[in-house]
Ligand binder design. Sequence first.
Ligand SMILES: [Mg+2]
Length: 115
Amino acid sequence: MFKSIDTTADAAEKGLSEVQKEFDHYQKKFFPERSPEFFCLELNGEAGELANIEKKQWKGRVILQERFEDEAADVAIALMNYANSRSIDLGKAVKEKLLKIEKKRLELKADGLEF
Ligand SMILES: [Mg+2]
């Protein structure tokens, strides 16, 4: 159940920061160091794979739930690796962005508009 944007933003910051740090330890221990450009391309490649199975389902093919889960996981992992390689604190960035989106949503709502 939704409590407040502050609760959501704080949870995103705490959870993502913890996950991101663990990914960083894992990546540094077992994989070669790679550039932000490499991970950005990997992220977009994985997002493309996810989009491709969505397109197939949209066109009528049956795609198993586990395929969506697998590709979504690839995107999440690639995003963590990209953020680490680019020294982005994803938890902090997501928290700030959520608060910015909510501020904009409320401004639009006050004007009778939808986000
Ligand atoms: Mg994939």
